[in-house]
Design a protein around this ligand. Structure first.
Ligand SMILES: Cc1cc2nc3c(=O)[nH]c(=O)nc-3n(C[C@H](O)[C@H](O)[C@H](O)COP(=O)(O)O)c2cc1C
Length: 172
């Protein structure tokens, strides 16, 4: 599968088969995360791969998105230096983590596995479950597993291209 196909096939998967995926397979996917770019290549991140049933249940209680517990894994992307701000005034942590997790979602798609960005969770609750130190930040969670329905290319509900690009200057 090439990058374009993975981009077109990836979707937020909210229903998973009750089937295992090996840790070996997950570690293969995590290689795409390891190779992701980050601001000044600081790589201030850690990814907690959760496959313990009790922890998955506990994480389920940190979000209204209960489907996350259907998947054999939940991966938490943790920014290990959430206070680092770039000269553009933006915190690098969420950006770095977002890029890395996007690598994961696309690589997972290539392997016919499903993911779903979860930003809707209680930060303190998830930190407590995963024993993440208070001064660090969980940027996102994603379940990872075999989608109930295989991923297929489908049209996406997106703005038209002429609404999101402009040449040489910003225009409304
Ligand atoms: C930063 C971010 C946070 C998101 N948080 C959630 C979430 O908490 N729960 C959920 O079900 N989907 C969540 N999503 C998934 C979006 O709803 C989804 O990406 C969007 O509707 C486009 O659909 P698609 O991913 O299937 O292309 C999130 C996506 C992003 C990028």
């Amino acid at each position: 599968m090439n990058v374009e196909e993975a981009i077109r096939k990836r979707k937020s998967v909210r229903s998973y088969k009750d089937k295992d995926v090996s840790r070996e397979k997950v570690e293969e996917l995590m290689e795409s995360v390891r190779l992701a770019p980050s601001a000044t290549n600081r790589q201030e991140w850690k990814f907690v791969i959760v496959d313990d049933d009790e922890k998955i249940e506990a994480l389920k209680n940190c979000t209204k998105h209960k489907f996350i517990a259907q998947a054999p894994y939940i991966i938490a992307g943790v920014s290990t230096d959430p206070d680092y701000v770039m000269s553009n005034g933006k915190a690098a942590g969420p950006i770095d983590l977002s890029i890395a997790i996007d690598h994961l979602t696309l690589k997972a798609t290539e392997e016919e596995l499903g993911t779903c960005w979860i930003g809707g969770f209680d930060q303190d609750c998830a930190k407590q479950v995963l024993e993440v130190p208070k001064d660090l930040e969980i940027v996102a969670l994603t379940p990872l597993g075999i989608p109930e329905k295989p991923l297929t290319e489908m049209s996406k509900d997106r703005k038209k291209i002429d609404k999101i690009i402009t040449y040489n200057e910003y225009t409304e």
